[in-house]
Design a binder for this molecule. Structure first.
Ligand SMILES: [Zn+2]
Length: 250
């Protein structure tokens, strides 16, 4: 059976002249496809099957195996692949997609999030400090790890500041209410950080990237988002560790 779908290459492994691709597709979610001859110097699939390429794929499906018949590149995100920091961040975000986006079912929202994020990253429309926590919190929300940031879980107050965030349960507790030992260590959220987190998880997609925060605020938001992600996913994140290692000697 032949299928046609738009997708981004989110992982690429080389095998002699061939490539094994993991593609985040619009209609079929995350799938693995074999691209024969894709590493050949003059191969017709060479540029359209590179990591991060957004292409229109014609795939042949045989049982649960896919091979790439054709691929036409729409956007290569060349500017990301030329920059080690941007590339490392993109690889980490791609790995979150591999882990969190569905397989064999539509994943249009995930594809839209990844495409928009890569565009902002390539063109420097938003800083990496901005992009990373927005992507993390939004993809967690989409994948069933949505925190409950409406109000204090104990008293229901929604503006009794400062609020505290519980990464284990994704809940808020206000400064007047108490936490339980199993909640772990609460994180104090300044009003601006809480507002940004609420925006990221509750806003419509078109407004997702439309908010501002100070540099210091973005640092704090980044720390909270990453803590929440690590606690919730509870898995090794080598691409994230590598991304951080780029900044540890500067
Ligand atoms: Zn309370």
């Amino acid at each position: 059976m032949q299928i046609t779908t738009w997708g981004i290459v989110i992982r690429e492994k080389q095998l002699d002249d061939d490539r094994i691709l993991t593609i985040l597709t619009k209609e079929y979610g995350v799938l693995t496809a074999y691209a024969r001859g894709a590493k050949k110097l003059r191969g017709r699939l060479l540029s359209s099957t590179e990591l991060l390429c957004y292409s229109r794929f014609v795939l042949f499906k045989n049982r649960d195996r896919y091979t790439v018949d054709q691929a036409e590149s729409d956007t290569s995100f060349f500017g990301i692949r030329q920059d080690v920091e941007k590339l490392s961040l993109a690889v980490y975000l791609a790995q979150l997609c591999i882990h969190l986006a569905p397989s064999e079912e539509p994943a249009q929202e995930y594809l839209r999030l990844m495409l928009n994020t890569l565009y902002l990253l390539e063109k420097d429309r938003r800083s990496q400090k901005f992009i990373k926590p927005v992507f993390e919190l939004r993809i967690l929300t989409m994948a069933g790890y949505m925190p409950d940031l409406v109000a204090c879980r104990e008293c229901g107050d929604y503006e009794n500041e400062p609020m505290r965030f519980l990464p284990q349960s994704g809940e808020l507790v206000c400064s007047h209410c108490s936490t339980k030992p199993e909640d772990g260590i609460p994180i104090l959220l300044e009003p601006g950080i809480l507002a940004a987190m609420r925006h990221i998880i509750y806003s419509e997609f078109d407004k997702l990237f439309s908010f501002t925060l100070t540099e210091a605020g973005l640092e704090k938001l980044g720390a909270v988002a990453e803590k929440y992600l690590r606690v919730q996913l509870d898995m090794p994140l080598p691409a994230l560790d590598f991304y951080h290692s780029l900044f540890s000697y500067t």
